[in-house]
Design a binder for this molecule. Structure first.
Ligand SMILES: Cc1cc2nc3c(=O)[nH]c(=O)nc-3n(C[C@H](O)[C@H](O)[C@H](O)COP(=O)(O)O)c2cc1C
Length: 185
């Protein structure tokens, strides 16, 4: 697939089923992420692939976290938390892990991690894998961050749900680029 085609046509896919990306496909996704722009070449991130029983475990943790943040949650909300991870056969948890560096501030390392995330989405798309980047309260809740062993300074940037699309891709919205640029002469 041509690079420009992917850049211009990638869309998120919310409805995903098995199979999850294969090891070979995952390796392409990781290599693409490792090619993202990165000041100081620090590779300031790490990822955790959640699949199989890991999805059940994550669902249990979300259920627990929901009760912690809102003890009187109704049964429907709690059920939704249990099922949340099963919206895809795999979830790649992307964690920014900034290093101490004399020239590269933490903010730039977070930006580099986001660039890696975008590269992952594009590499998934190029291989016919559906993906959607999600966050929400879950990425900052201590029960979840502790489960993924986040250390001081680390930040969960996203949960990238990946799998086989159930539905045809949505159409690409048309956006007027002129609203986003000014020219200096
Ligand atoms: C940092 C970040 C966090 C996001 N969190 C969510 C989220 O929690 N839920 C959601 O539906 N979309 C979330 N999105 C947006 C989707 O991933 C997606 O980009 C959006 O639905 C637009 O679809 P498109 O990628 O096809 O243009 C997030 C995107 C980014 C970059």
């Amino acid at each position: 697939m041509e690079l420009l085609h992917g850049l211009l046509n990638r869309v998120s896919v919310q409805r995903l089923q098995a199979p999850a990306p294969s090891q070979v496909q995952l390796e392409v996704i990781l290599q693409a992420a490792l090619r993202a722009p990165d000041h100081g070449n620090l590779k300031p991130w790490r990822a955790v692939m959640v699949e199989g029983a890991g999805l059940d475990k994550l669902g249990q943790l979300l259920h627990q976290a929901q009760l912690e943040r809102s003890p009187d949650s109704d049964a429907q909300t709690l059920e939704r938390c249990l099922n949340m991870p099963h919206r895809a056969p795999s979830i790649l948890v992307l964690i920014a892990s900034p290093k101490t560096h004399p020239k590269v501030p933490t903010a730039e390392q977070i930006q580099a991690t986001a660039a890696a995330g975008h590269a992952m989405l594009l590499a998934a798309y190029a291989q016919g894998i559906g993906a959607v980047w999600r966050t929400g309260w879950v990425v900052a809740h201590p029960t979840i961050t502790q489960a993924f062993d986040l250390q001081e300074g680390e930040q969960m940037i996203g949960m990238i749900y990946m799998g086989t699309p159930i539905v045809a891709p949505k159409s690409v919205p048309v956006v007027n680029s002129q609203a986003f640029i000014k020219h200096w002469h």
